[in-house]
Ligand binder design. Structure first.
Ligand code: ZN
Length: 393
Protein backbone atom coordinates (compact mmCIF):
# COMPACT_ATOMS: atom_id res chain seq x y z
CA UNK A 1 0.00 0.00 0.00
CA UNK A 2 0.96 3.62 -0.30
CA UNK A 3 3.16 5.10 2.39
CA UNK A 4 1.24 7.10 5.00
CA UNK A 5 2.90 9.79 7.10
CA UNK A 6 1.16 11.77 9.84
CA UNK A 7 2.81 15.05 10.81
CA UNK A 8 1.43 16.03 14.23
CA UNK A 9 0.98 19.42 15.85
CA UNK A 10 2.93 21.58 13.42
CA UNK A 11 2.52 25.34 13.18
CA UNK A 12 1.35 25.34 9.55
CA UNK A 13 2.10 28.13 7.08
CA UNK A 14 0.23 27.14 3.95
CA UNK A 15 1.88 29.75 3.37
CA UNK A 16 -0.93 31.70 5.11
CA UNK A 17 -0.90 30.80 8.82
CA UNK A 18 -3.32 27.96 9.64
CA UNK A 19 -2.36 27.54 13.30
CA UNK A 20 -1.46 24.17 14.83
CA UNK A 21 -2.55 21.36 12.58
CA UNK A 22 -2.01 17.69 11.82
CA UNK A 23 -1.22 16.92 8.19
CA UNK A 24 -1.69 13.47 6.70
CA UNK A 25 0.35 12.42 3.66
CA UNK A 26 -0.81 9.46 1.61
CA UNK A 27 1.36 8.43 -1.32
CA UNK A 28 2.36 11.55 -3.26
CA UNK A 29 -0.40 13.78 -1.93
CA UNK A 30 -1.61 15.73 1.07
CA UNK A 31 -4.64 13.63 2.10
CA UNK A 32 -6.02 15.57 5.10
CA UNK A 33 -5.38 18.61 7.29
CA UNK A 34 -7.04 18.81 10.69
CA UNK A 35 -6.67 18.51 14.44
CA UNK A 36 -6.20 15.62 16.85
CA UNK A 37 -5.80 12.95 14.19
CA UNK A 38 -5.18 9.63 15.90
CA UNK A 39 -3.87 6.33 14.59
CA UNK A 40 -3.37 4.76 18.00
CA UNK A 41 -6.06 2.12 17.56
CA UNK A 42 -5.34 1.21 13.99
CA UNK A 43 -3.01 -1.34 12.54
CA UNK A 44 -2.20 0.97 9.65
CA UNK A 45 1.50 1.26 8.82
CA UNK A 46 1.64 4.99 9.57
CA UNK A 47 4.83 6.91 10.28
CA UNK A 48 4.02 9.55 12.91
CA UNK A 49 6.22 12.64 13.18
CA UNK A 50 5.96 14.93 16.22
CA UNK A 51 6.27 18.46 14.81
CA UNK A 52 5.30 20.42 17.93
CA UNK A 53 8.67 22.24 17.77
CA UNK A 54 8.34 23.03 14.08
CA UNK A 55 6.78 25.15 11.39
CA UNK A 56 5.41 23.13 8.47
CA UNK A 57 5.74 25.03 5.17
CA UNK A 58 5.35 24.06 1.50
CA UNK A 59 8.41 22.65 -0.27
CA UNK A 60 10.37 25.45 -1.90
CA UNK A 61 9.95 26.29 -5.60
CA UNK A 62 13.15 27.58 -7.19
CA UNK A 63 12.10 29.25 -10.43
CA UNK A 64 15.57 29.61 -11.95
CA UNK A 65 18.30 26.98 -11.71
CA UNK A 66 21.05 26.23 -14.20
CA UNK A 67 20.96 22.57 -13.19
CA UNK A 68 23.21 21.42 -16.02
CA UNK A 69 25.60 24.27 -15.21
CA UNK A 70 26.07 27.53 -17.05
CA UNK A 71 28.59 30.23 -17.47
CA UNK A 72 31.68 29.94 -19.61
CA UNK A 73 32.09 33.70 -19.93
CA UNK A 74 35.81 33.25 -19.26
CA UNK A 75 36.30 30.41 -21.77
CA UNK A 76 35.78 26.65 -21.54
CA UNK A 77 37.47 26.24 -18.17
CA UNK A 78 34.88 28.56 -16.61
CA UNK A 79 31.84 26.45 -17.47
CA UNK A 80 30.14 25.70 -14.14
CA UNK A 81 29.33 22.16 -12.90
CA UNK A 82 25.93 20.40 -12.73
CA UNK A 83 23.68 20.61 -9.70
CA UNK A 84 23.40 17.49 -7.52
CA UNK A 85 20.18 16.32 -5.85
CA UNK A 86 21.20 17.27 -2.32
CA UNK A 87 22.22 20.78 -3.44
CA UNK A 88 18.45 21.25 -3.81
CA UNK A 89 17.01 19.05 -1.06
CA UNK A 90 19.27 20.23 1.78
CA UNK A 91 18.06 23.73 0.90
CA UNK A 92 14.41 22.63 1.06
CA UNK A 93 13.91 22.91 -2.70
CA UNK A 94 11.45 20.29 -3.93
CA UNK A 95 10.61 21.92 -7.28
CA UNK A 96 13.27 23.35 -9.59
CA UNK A 97 12.93 25.02 -12.98
CA UNK A 98 15.95 24.44 -15.22
CA UNK A 99 17.18 26.95 -17.78
CA UNK A 100 20.04 27.49 -20.19
CA UNK A 101 21.85 30.82 -20.02
CA UNK A 102 24.52 32.65 -21.96
CA UNK A 103 25.73 29.46 -23.64
CA UNK A 104 23.21 27.55 -25.80
CA UNK A 105 25.91 26.02 -27.99
CA UNK A 106 27.75 23.66 -25.63
CA UNK A 107 24.71 23.52 -23.29
CA UNK A 108 21.59 22.16 -24.97
CA UNK A 109 17.88 21.84 -24.27
CA UNK A 110 18.07 18.08 -24.77
CA UNK A 111 20.73 17.85 -22.07
CA UNK A 112 18.62 20.12 -19.84
CA UNK A 113 15.57 17.88 -20.31
CA UNK A 114 17.61 14.74 -19.56
CA UNK A 115 18.89 16.28 -16.32
CA UNK A 116 15.33 17.32 -15.41
CA UNK A 117 14.20 13.71 -15.82
CA UNK A 118 17.19 12.48 -13.78
CA UNK A 119 16.39 14.81 -10.87
CA UNK A 120 12.74 13.78 -11.02
CA UNK A 121 13.72 10.12 -10.76
CA UNK A 122 16.03 10.96 -7.86
CA UNK A 123 13.14 12.59 -6.00
CA UNK A 124 12.30 16.24 -6.72
CA UNK A 125 9.89 17.79 -9.24
CA UNK A 126 11.48 19.52 -12.21
CA UNK A 127 10.43 21.63 -15.17
CA UNK A 128 12.31 23.57 -17.86
CA UNK A 129 12.05 26.64 -20.01
CA UNK A 130 12.80 26.39 -23.71
CA UNK A 131 15.16 28.95 -25.27
CA UNK A 132 18.14 30.63 -23.62
CA UNK A 133 19.50 34.21 -23.47
CA UNK A 134 19.17 34.66 -27.21
CA UNK A 135 16.46 35.49 -29.75
CA UNK A 136 15.79 33.77 -32.12
CA UNK A 137 15.27 31.10 -29.44
CA UNK A 138 16.86 27.68 -29.54
CA UNK A 139 14.08 25.11 -29.25
CA UNK A 140 13.72 21.31 -29.24
CA UNK A 141 11.09 21.02 -31.98
CA UNK A 142 12.01 24.13 -33.96
CA UNK A 143 9.14 26.18 -32.52
CA UNK A 144 8.45 27.70 -29.08
CA UNK A 145 4.71 26.97 -29.14
CA UNK A 146 5.30 23.36 -30.19
CA UNK A 147 7.85 22.85 -27.39
CA UNK A 148 5.29 24.03 -24.82
CA UNK A 149 2.47 21.90 -26.18
CA UNK A 150 4.40 18.74 -26.96
CA UNK A 151 7.03 18.48 -24.21
CA UNK A 152 5.57 17.92 -20.73
CA UNK A 153 8.46 19.43 -18.79
CA UNK A 154 8.64 22.67 -20.77
CA UNK A 155 6.46 25.32 -19.09
CA UNK A 156 7.80 28.62 -20.46
CA UNK A 157 10.61 30.40 -22.32
CA UNK A 158 13.83 31.88 -21.02
CA UNK A 159 15.75 33.25 -19.50
CA UNK A 160 15.72 35.74 -22.41
CA UNK A 161 18.38 38.41 -21.82
CA UNK A 162 17.65 42.13 -22.10
CA UNK A 163 19.62 45.22 -21.13
CA UNK A 164 22.78 43.10 -20.92
CA UNK A 165 26.04 43.01 -22.85
CA UNK A 166 25.60 39.21 -23.15
CA UNK A 167 22.11 39.49 -24.70
CA UNK A 168 21.35 39.10 -28.40
CA UNK A 169 20.30 42.78 -28.35
CA UNK A 170 16.70 41.80 -29.17
CA UNK A 171 14.31 44.26 -30.78
CA UNK A 172 10.90 45.03 -29.26
CA UNK A 173 9.28 43.15 -32.12
CA UNK A 174 11.40 40.06 -31.40
CA UNK A 175 10.48 40.16 -27.70
CA UNK A 176 6.78 40.42 -28.61
CA UNK A 177 6.98 37.43 -30.97
CA UNK A 178 8.59 35.26 -28.29
CA UNK A 179 5.99 36.31 -25.71
CA UNK A 180 3.13 35.64 -28.13
CA UNK A 181 4.45 32.16 -28.94
CA UNK A 182 4.86 31.38 -25.23
CA UNK A 183 1.38 32.66 -24.45
CA UNK A 184 -0.34 30.57 -27.12
CA UNK A 185 1.72 27.49 -26.23
CA UNK A 186 0.83 27.96 -22.57
CA UNK A 187 -2.89 28.33 -23.28
CA UNK A 188 -3.08 25.28 -25.52
CA UNK A 189 -1.15 23.07 -23.09
CA UNK A 190 -2.67 24.38 -19.84
CA UNK A 191 0.71 25.67 -18.65
CA UNK A 192 1.96 29.03 -17.41
CA UNK A 193 3.61 29.94 -20.71
CA UNK A 194 5.50 32.91 -19.27
CA UNK A 195 8.72 34.47 -20.53
CA UNK A 196 11.47 34.45 -17.93
CA UNK A 197 13.61 37.54 -18.54
CA UNK A 198 17.23 37.96 -17.49
CA UNK A 199 17.68 41.67 -16.83
CA UNK A 200 21.23 42.98 -17.00
CA UNK A 201 22.76 46.22 -15.79
CA UNK A 202 22.20 48.13 -19.03
CA UNK A 203 20.68 51.61 -19.01
CA UNK A 204 17.42 50.51 -20.67
CA UNK A 205 16.48 48.50 -17.54
CA UNK A 206 12.92 47.11 -18.02
CA UNK A 207 12.00 49.56 -20.77
CA UNK A 208 12.05 46.83 -23.48
CA UNK A 209 9.30 44.97 -21.58
CA UNK A 210 7.17 48.11 -21.09
CA UNK A 211 7.65 48.84 -24.81
CA UNK A 212 6.69 45.27 -25.75
CA UNK A 213 3.44 45.62 -23.78
CA UNK A 214 2.54 49.13 -24.95
CA UNK A 215 0.81 49.02 -28.29
CA UNK A 216 0.30 45.24 -28.24
CA UNK A 217 -2.25 42.90 -26.65
CA UNK A 218 0.42 41.55 -24.29
CA UNK A 219 0.36 42.43 -20.58
CA UNK A 220 3.14 42.70 -18.02
CA UNK A 221 1.92 39.40 -16.56
CA UNK A 222 3.38 37.66 -19.63
CA UNK A 223 6.90 38.49 -18.44
CA UNK A 224 8.74 37.36 -15.32
CA UNK A 225 11.90 39.45 -14.96
CA UNK A 226 14.71 38.20 -12.72
CA UNK A 227 17.86 39.67 -11.12
CA UNK A 228 15.72 42.67 -10.10
CA UNK A 229 18.03 43.30 -7.13
CA UNK A 230 21.11 43.62 -9.39
CA UNK A 231 21.49 47.29 -8.42
CA UNK A 232 19.27 50.06 -7.11
CA UNK A 233 18.24 51.34 -10.55
CA UNK A 234 17.13 47.85 -11.61
CA UNK A 235 15.33 47.42 -8.29
CA UNK A 236 13.44 50.70 -8.69
CA UNK A 237 12.45 49.78 -12.24
CA UNK A 238 11.23 46.45 -10.85
CA UNK A 239 8.99 48.27 -8.39
CA UNK A 240 7.43 50.17 -11.31
CA UNK A 241 6.89 46.88 -13.13
CA UNK A 242 5.27 45.34 -10.02
CA UNK A 243 3.06 48.40 -9.50
CA UNK A 244 1.87 47.89 -13.07
CA UNK A 245 0.78 44.38 -12.03
CA UNK A 246 3.83 42.27 -12.86
CA UNK A 247 5.66 39.68 -10.77
CA UNK A 248 9.34 40.36 -10.12
CA UNK A 249 12.12 38.05 -8.98
CA UNK A 250 15.17 38.67 -6.80
CA UNK A 251 18.31 36.54 -7.15
CA UNK A 252 19.69 35.04 -3.95
CA UNK A 253 23.11 33.79 -5.13
CA UNK A 254 25.60 36.60 -4.83
CA UNK A 255 29.21 37.49 -4.19
CA UNK A 256 30.84 39.93 -1.80
CA UNK A 257 32.00 41.77 -4.91
CA UNK A 258 28.42 42.24 -6.14
CA UNK A 259 27.14 43.35 -2.75
CA UNK A 260 29.98 45.87 -2.47
CA UNK A 261 29.25 47.13 -5.97
CA UNK A 262 25.61 48.07 -5.58
CA UNK A 263 23.67 44.81 -5.55
CA UNK A 264 20.71 44.88 -3.16
CA UNK A 265 20.75 41.70 -1.05
CA UNK A 266 17.71 39.61 -2.02
CA UNK A 267 16.46 39.59 1.59
CA UNK A 268 16.64 43.37 1.76
CA UNK A 269 15.02 43.75 -1.67
CA UNK A 270 12.10 41.60 -0.55
CA UNK A 271 11.66 43.69 2.60
CA UNK A 272 11.87 46.99 0.71
CA UNK A 273 9.39 45.87 -1.96
CA UNK A 274 6.88 44.76 0.69
CA UNK A 275 7.32 48.09 2.48
CA UNK A 276 6.65 49.83 -0.85
CA UNK A 277 3.25 48.13 -0.86
CA UNK A 278 3.88 45.39 -3.44
CA UNK A 279 1.69 42.36 -2.57
CA UNK A 280 3.68 39.30 -1.45
CA UNK A 281 2.26 37.22 -4.33
CA UNK A 282 4.05 39.53 -6.82
CA UNK A 283 7.48 39.00 -5.26
CA UNK A 284 9.64 35.90 -5.64
CA UNK A 285 13.14 34.73 -4.86
CA UNK A 286 15.16 32.35 -7.04
CA UNK A 287 18.66 31.00 -6.52
CA UNK A 288 20.17 31.20 -10.03
CA UNK A 289 21.81 27.99 -8.80
CA UNK A 290 24.91 26.74 -10.65
CA UNK A 291 25.09 29.94 -12.68
CA UNK A 292 28.47 31.47 -13.05
CA UNK A 293 28.68 34.63 -11.02
CA UNK A 294 31.05 36.57 -13.24
CA UNK A 295 32.87 39.53 -11.82
CA UNK A 296 33.46 42.21 -14.45
CA UNK A 297 35.41 45.43 -14.42
CA UNK A 298 34.05 48.66 -15.91
CA UNK A 299 35.30 47.73 -19.40
CA UNK A 300 33.40 44.43 -19.30
CA UNK A 301 36.57 42.37 -18.79
CA UNK A 302 36.13 39.26 -16.68
CA UNK A 303 38.01 39.32 -13.41
CA UNK A 304 36.83 36.00 -11.91
CA UNK A 305 33.95 33.58 -11.41
CA UNK A 306 32.01 32.00 -8.59
CA UNK A 307 29.15 29.46 -8.75
CA UNK A 308 25.52 30.09 -7.70
CA UNK A 309 24.13 27.91 -4.91
CA UNK A 310 20.54 26.63 -4.64
CA UNK A 311 20.75 26.64 -0.85
CA UNK A 312 20.91 30.47 -0.90
CA UNK A 313 17.18 30.47 -1.75
CA UNK A 314 16.08 29.62 1.77
CA UNK A 315 19.07 31.36 3.38
CA UNK A 316 17.81 34.63 1.89
CA UNK A 317 14.20 33.99 2.94
CA UNK A 318 15.42 33.31 6.49
CA UNK A 319 17.62 36.41 6.40
CA UNK A 320 14.58 38.46 5.36
CA UNK A 321 12.83 37.32 8.55
CA UNK A 322 15.76 37.50 10.94
CA UNK A 323 17.45 40.69 9.70
CA UNK A 324 14.81 42.66 7.79
CA UNK A 325 11.67 41.90 9.84
CA UNK A 326 9.70 40.30 6.99
CA UNK A 327 6.97 38.01 8.36
CA UNK A 328 7.74 34.32 8.02
CA UNK A 329 4.56 33.87 5.97
CA UNK A 330 5.62 36.56 3.46
CA UNK A 331 9.18 35.21 3.22
CA UNK A 332 7.87 31.67 2.63
CA UNK A 333 5.35 32.97 0.06
CA UNK A 334 8.27 34.33 -2.01
CA UNK A 335 9.74 30.82 -2.36
CA UNK A 336 6.50 28.79 -2.55
CA UNK A 337 3.04 30.12 -3.48
CA UNK A 338 4.22 33.14 -5.47
CA UNK A 339 6.63 31.36 -7.85
CA UNK A 340 4.23 28.40 -8.21
CA UNK A 341 1.46 30.81 -9.26
CA UNK A 342 3.48 32.78 -11.81
CA UNK A 343 4.76 29.53 -13.33
CA UNK A 344 1.27 27.99 -13.43
CA UNK A 345 2.23 25.03 -11.19
CA UNK A 346 -1.15 24.29 -9.65
CA UNK A 347 -0.02 21.28 -7.56
CA UNK A 348 2.89 23.16 -6.01
CA UNK A 349 3.68 25.91 -3.53
CA UNK A 350 0.82 25.45 -1.05
CA UNK A 351 -0.29 23.13 1.72
CA UNK A 352 -3.83 22.04 0.87
CA UNK A 353 -5.67 18.74 0.53
CA UNK A 354 -5.07 17.14 -2.86
CA UNK A 355 -1.86 19.01 -3.63
CA UNK A 356 1.53 17.33 -3.96
CA UNK A 357 3.07 16.38 -0.62
CA UNK A 358 6.11 18.66 -0.93
CA UNK A 359 6.78 19.87 2.62
CA UNK A 360 9.51 21.32 4.79
CA UNK A 361 9.71 21.27 8.59
CA UNK A 362 11.59 24.26 10.03
CA UNK A 363 12.77 24.34 13.64
CA UNK A 364 10.96 26.98 15.69
CA UNK A 365 14.04 28.16 17.54
CA UNK A 366 16.41 29.05 14.70
CA UNK A 367 14.33 28.48 11.52
CA UNK A 368 16.81 25.92 10.19
CA UNK A 369 15.62 23.19 7.83
CA UNK A 370 15.05 19.97 9.75
CA UNK A 371 13.04 17.66 7.46
CA UNK A 372 12.13 17.73 3.77
CA UNK A 373 9.46 15.69 1.96
CA UNK A 374 9.06 15.61 -1.82
CA UNK A 375 6.09 13.88 -3.47
CA UNK A 376 5.37 12.23 -0.10
CA UNK A 377 8.84 10.80 0.34
CA UNK A 378 11.17 11.99 3.09
CA UNK A 379 14.48 13.12 1.57
CA UNK A 380 16.05 15.00 4.52
CA UNK A 381 15.94 14.24 8.27
CA UNK A 382 17.68 16.24 11.02
CA UNK A 383 19.18 18.41 8.29
CA UNK A 384 20.96 15.39 6.75
CA UNK A 385 20.19 13.69 3.41
CA UNK A 386 18.28 10.39 3.56
CA UNK A 387 18.46 10.18 -0.24
CA UNK A 388 21.38 11.17 -2.45
CA UNK A 389 21.74 11.64 -6.18
CA UNK A 390 23.03 8.73 -8.27
CA UNK A 391 26.63 9.93 -8.31
CA UNK A 392 26.83 11.68 -4.97
CA UNK A 393 29.34 10.20 -2.49
ZN1 ZN B 1 20.20 35.41 -15.64
Amino acid sequence: MEQIILIKNAQVLAPEPLGRRDVLISGNSIAAIGENFSVADSNLPVTVIDASEHYLVPGFVDSLVHFIGGGGEGGFATRTPEMQLTDATLGGVTTAIGVLGTDATTRTLTNLLAKAHALQIEGISTYCHTGSYEIPCRTVTGNITDDLILIDKIIGVGEIAISDHRSSQPTISEIRKVAAAARVGGMLSGKGGIVSVHVGAGDSLLQPLFDAVTGSELTVKQFYPTHMNRNNAVFESGLRFAKAGGVIDFTTSTTDYDLKHGEVAAAQALARALQAGIPAMQLTLSSDGNASLPIFNEDGDLLGLQVGQVRTLYQSAREAVQQYHVSLADAITAITAAPAAVLGLKQKGRIAVGLDADLVLLRHDDLTIDQVFAMGKQLVAAGQPLVKGTFEP
